[in-house]
Design a protein around this ligand. Structure first.
Ligand code: NDP
Length: 343
């Protein structure tokens, strides 16, 4: 029996696939083109337990039908990670809201049509974005838990990429829970979601380190390439983080443990600020001394922390320790510097 991982090319999904293969699962990954399938297959050493199916665009509501029609009898577990993650658009519906929502609608309806009696667990990669009230991002007094929901509306969120992205995660996740409630007698699967904060960490494969990285790691990459002498940090984040290796591990625990069924699993290991990131860079990498920004408050606690996410409930269920900010930032940057020939 196989685990289906949608969006297998993604930063997070590549680790998920890696951990599944290490635990000897058969894995079916969806990718958008044959070329992407071939590259990933090579990167995973042509592992015979890994196969691919092409799903070009999850915006199409029947995007997953063909795949399930063909392979539903093999698929026991579904990990739906595919969803656009960027803030770089003004076409909010087309580029963010519709693919996120239709992707989740599409896969759940394909399961209902073709895998109602075979799929046992479904894990949706949601986000802290589905939990937080974006207007209170900078409110250091706001504390969220797994019970909270982003209050965004479809029309109201279409003001900027960040609001629209966060809302896209809320609408997709909300649909999933509602779908299960309405179809609980028609499908067999149990649902869990994983809701990470900003995900940092090295790319699974060094060859994928490019000038511009995936949205969350690009925060670190931009700070690594900041101007020396500058006291203003760009981007200037006061948010929360989790390491990609913990996020991948959580995707497995999310279907392996009985207690994770029906849960929103908050994935967070505490606050970070752009200042904290440049502090780590300046102290851990001697080759960067004098070559990057030091920031306005070097070595000081964040004077204006943002909202926080109390995920102690999820951490208890998951039951493994999370990787520190120092380690996550160090590993991310060491890989970039190595690729740039500076380490
Ligand atoms: P990536 O951008 O690296 O991965 C996104 C994946 O989704 C890619 O495989 C991409 O395919 C696929 N995808 C995007 N749009 C479409 C589409 N229209 N049709 C088909 N496939 C599509 O992002 P991450 O790995 O960071 O994110 C993965 C998931 O985790 C997302 O659901 C995201 O919302 C969530 N998340 C991420 C966080 C983070 O900080 N990184 C935090 C919280 C949640 P392709 O590679 O071909 O473009």
């Amino acid at each position: 029996m196989a685990v289906l991982v949608t969006g297998a090319t993604g930063f997070i999904a590549q680790y998920v696939v890696d951990y599944l293969l290490k635990e000897k699962y058969q894995v079916i990954g969806t990718v958008r083109s044959q070329e992407k399938a071939e590259k990933l297959h090579r990167q995973f050493g042509n592992d015979p337990r890994l196969s691919f199916e092409i799903v070009e665009d999850i915006s199409s509501l029947n995007a997953f039908d063909q795949l399930f029609e063909k392979r539903a009898n093999e698929i026991q577990i579904v990990l739906h990670t595919a969803s656009p993650f960027h803030f770089d658009t003004k076409e909010y519906e087309k580029d963010l809201l519709i693919p996120a929502l239709h992707g989740t609608q599409g896969i759940l309806n394909s399961i209902k049509k073709y895998g109602a009696h075979t799929v046992e667990r479904v894990v949706i990669t949601s986000s802290f974005a589905a939990i937080v009230d974006v207007s209170r991002f900078s409110d250091g007094k706001a504390v969220y838990t797994e019970k909270d929901w982003n209050p965004a509306t479809w029309e109201g969120c279409q003001t900027d990429g960040m609001n629209a992205y966060c809302a896209s995660k809320k609408f997709a996740e909300e649909y999933a829970w509602k779908f299960l409630e309405e179809n609980k007698d028609l499908v067999k699967f149990k649902l869990s979601t994983v809701n990470p904060t900003f995900v940092f960490g090295p790319q699974k494969f060094e060859e994928d380190v490019k000038g511009h990285l995936n949205t969350s790691n690009e925060i670190i990459n931009a700070l690594l390439h900041s101007q020396p002498g500058s006291t203003k940090l760009e981007p200037d984040y006061h948010a929360e983080y989790v390491d990609v290796r913990d996020v991948a591990k959580a995707h497995l625990v999310a279907f392996q443990k009985e207690e994770t069924a029906g849960q929103r699993l908050g994935l967070n290991n505490g606050p970070f600020s752009s200042q904290a990131v440049v502090d780590i860079l300046n102290s851990k990498f001697p080759q960067l001394k004098g070559k990057i920004a030091v920031g306005p408050h070097p070595g000081q606690p964040d004077p204006t922390p943002g909202c926080s996410f109390d995920n102690s409930h999820s951490k208890k269920i998951l039951g493994f320790p999370f990787i520190s900010l120092e380690q996550a930032v160090y590993d991310t940057v060491a890989q970039i510097l190595k690729k740039e020939g500076k380490m």
